[in-house]
Design a protein around this ligand. Structure first.
Ligand code: C2G
Length: 141
């Protein structure tokens, strides 16, 4: 029974996010998965804007069967305190972050797992933009 933690914006939730969370939960071996969801303010620090505000992104991630607890991610430096406060055994991130959080191995195991290729919030935004009807009244469907 282990506690696993991961962090992210989780905007425009998609199957790449779900697969990451499914595998992170699996690595808990029957234990629990904590997700630090980036607040809107922290997204600004990350240079990201999200379509959905924090409260909505939190609600959606909380609804995922693999997730046991959602906490706010407010800055880059909170991870060691989170790991200690929640007695985390394993920190997991997608491998687009490979090596970026190796310093956390002072506090818990660190693992990077492969991203799901071809899908991202950006791809979804582009797809919606391309298929959106050109008719000016379309917004009132
Ligand atoms: N992810 C994935 N496959 C995708 C897209 C995302 O596995 N096709 C993973 C990412 O690797 C990450 C998680 O889903 O582990 C959340 O991705 P984002 O919401 O894009 O999070 P990010 O902006 O990378 O923020 O402190 C860490 C940061 O908050 C991470």
């Amino acid at each position: 029974m282990r506690t696993v933690i991961t962090y992210g914006t989780y905007d425009l939730l998609h199957y790449g996010h779900i697969e990451l969370l499914r595998r992170a939960k699996e690595m808990a071996g029957g234990g629990r998965l904590i997700v630090g969801v980036s607040t809107d303010e922290f997204n600004t620090q990350k240079g990201k804007t999200s379509h959905f505000e924090y409260s909505k992104r939190k609600k959606m991630v909380e609804a995922i069967r693999y997730v046991d607890l959602v906490i706010p991610e407010e800055d880059w430096s909170q991870k060691p305190a989170d790991i200690q406060h929640h007695s985390v055994d394993l920190f997991v991130m997608g491998d687009d972050w490979q090596g970026e959080f190796d310093d956390l191995s002072a506090f818990c195991e660190v693992a990077y797992i492969s991203r799901t290729p071809e899908i991202s919030s950006t791809v979804i935004k582009q797809a919606i933009h391309q298929t959106a009807p050109k008719n000016k009244d379309a917004g009132h469907e």
